[in-house]
Design a protein around this ligand. Structure first.
Ligand code: NDP
Length: 474
């Protein structure tokens, strides 16, 4: 049994109340680790530790801060296998995926912001012969980074790296469902010799210790990734105290397949954009709209490939592992049953797999319009719907028919059409003839109920700093 500890003031410590929560292996439903069920006493200790570390960390030269972050990136890379296995054990994703995507990206997050901070410049506005204005960006102080269970280390580091690079001290709260790699990261921070208190990681229940963290008056900004309903609670709390807040929330992403696309590539990539990480990526496309002329052709090729996906023990060479938890499995099952009750036809999949573990078949459903429950609400699992459309405007209307606006994919060989449609789609990210191609310099985030603000590149550096204009009379 692994006992996960909080990381406070540079040390791995037990929760003050001695209470732990069970953590499950989703592949076999056994409890394999214990997580601190932290209380306000632990939170106060993290706040004190971060406040104490802030003056020295924020005044350290950019070069030194950058070097520290590079050390962390190096250590993540050196521990690739261990971290990938831990991520898979905790979340259920195939080890091969964690090794290829999650862990390298966690290292890349630190490396990217270590470099971004040394390359960042500022603006000057010159009033000829009168005055010079320059823009200064100062760290905020102690900030909170709250991350979800689907890409645990990847998303946690996506927040921590820019916050630390800009000179803030961080209190991070990983999901109680997937705390393991955050714990291993605290060990790497100790090994890298990062000064005590610069990063603190507190484990426990989101609705309890997470909420207290958000409400704490010493927290100057909150960077949150998670569900839209939690985002609404956090946004409301932040507004009461005028805290800066960045919300990366849910999605119901459309994939538009036009009849002039490269069908083979569209089918192949859409299988990935539907089912990678068991469909538990906020960027996965879950509503696939296909132009009428190629609907049947796309459907038969797509369903055939989906039937060939391998679901099973994430330690072996599979395409999908189990879903993250029993509660999530039940939620996915509920949505599929609801879709069937509303008249949906299951083309493949549709149910649980195996005797133990939270396995669910990759599922394709057709016969429902864009307004039915499964095309409106986020399932966040291996379930997609196929819906035909007539022409461009019909595709745009259907794509925009939800409260969400995170990501969209367009498949077409007509460049003019791709631009035209992209500009009408209400989503923060649009991919044309590709999916999840990421440049860390680009703004990342959603429109409508998919979020507020943007992460990535200079947006993240600006979020974690306060802007000040200094005007000097000549
Ligand atoms: P949740 O909103 O349930 O939780 C996200 C994080 O917030 C967890 O660490 C959780 O802790 C914590 N939390 C829960 N309640 C509170 C609260 N009241 N105050 C402070 N913190 C709280 O999301 P999930 O973990 O279920 O993640 C899935 C969701 O995340 C999906 O909707 C998905 O679309 C979205 N997501 C969005 C992304 C984006 O970039 N837009 C990327 C990835 C996921 P605990 O787990 O302990 O409850």
């Amino acid at each position: 049994m692994i006992t996960i500890k909080n990381y406070i003031n540079g040390e791995l410590v037990d929760p003050a109340n001695g209470n732990y929560l069970d953590n499950y292996n989703p592949a076999d439903e056994t409890v394999y680790s214990l997580i601190p069920n932290s209380s306000e006493e632990d939170l106060e200790r993290t706040i004190l530790s971060a406040k104490k570390a802030f003056p020295a960390w924020s005044q350290l030269s950019i070069d030194k801060r950058s070097r520290y972050l590079i050390k962390v990136a190096d250590l993540i890379e050196a521990n690739l296998d261990k971290l990938a296995e831990a991520e898979s054990l905790d979340n259920g994703k195939p080890v091969s995926l964690a090794r290829k995507v999650d862990i390298p990206r966690a290292a890349a997050n630190f490396r990217f912001f270590a470099s971004a901070i040394v390359n960042e410049s500022t603006q000057a506005h010159i009033m000829e012969g009168v005055a010079i204005n320059y823009t200064r960006r100062a760290p905020l102080g102690v900030v909170a980074c709250i991350s979800p269970w689907n890409l645990p280390l990847y998303l946690l580091t996506w927040k921590i790296a820019p916050a630390l690079a800009t000179g803030n001290c961080v209190i991070a709260k990983p999901s109680e469902v997937t705390p393991y790699t955050a714990f291993l990261l605290s060990e790497l921070f100790i090994e890298a010799g990062i000064p005590a208190g610069v990063l603190n990681i507190i484990h426990g229940k989101g609705a309890e210790i997470g909420q207290k963290l958000v409400e704490h008056k010493e927290i100057k900004a909150i960077s949150f990734t998670g569900g839209t309903s939690t985002g609404r609670i956090i946004g409301t709390e932040a507004a009461k105290q005028f805290k800066k807040v960045s919300l990366e929330l849910g999605g119901k992403n459309p994939v538009l397949i036009f009849d002039d696309c490269d069908l083979e590539k569209a089918v192949e990539t859409t299988v990935k954009s539907s089912f990678t990480n068991q469909g538990e990526i906020c960027l996965c496309g879950s509503r696939i709209f296909i132009q009428e002329a190629i609907y049947e052709d796309f459907r038969s090729r797509f369903v055939e490939k989906v039937k060939n996906l391998r679901v099973g023990d994430p330690k072996t060479e599979v395409d999908l592992g189990p879903l993250v938890s029993e509660a999530h499995l039940r939620k996915v099952e509920m949505y599929v049953n609801e879709a069937i009750a509303q008249g949906g036809k299951v083309l493949t999949g549709g149910g649980r797999l195996g005797q133990a573990g939270y396995f669910f078949e990759p599922t394709v459903i057709e016969g429902l319009d864009e307004y039915c429950v499964i095309n409106q609400e986020e399932v966040f699992g291996p379930v997609v719907t196929l819906v035909p459309f007539k022409e461009e405007q019909d595709a745009v209307k259907k794509a925009n028919a939800t409260v969400y606006g995170l990501a969209a994919v367009i498949w077409s060989q007509d460049v003019q059409r791709a631009h035209r449609v992209a500009h009408q789609i209400e989503s923060g990210i649009v991919w044309v003839n590709c999916w999840m191609l990421r440049d860390l310099r680009t703004p990342f985030g959603g429109m409508k109920e998919s979020g507020v603000g943007r992460e990535g590149g200079s947006d993240a550096l600006h979020f974690f700093t306060e802007t000040q204009n200094v005007c000097i009379k000549l």
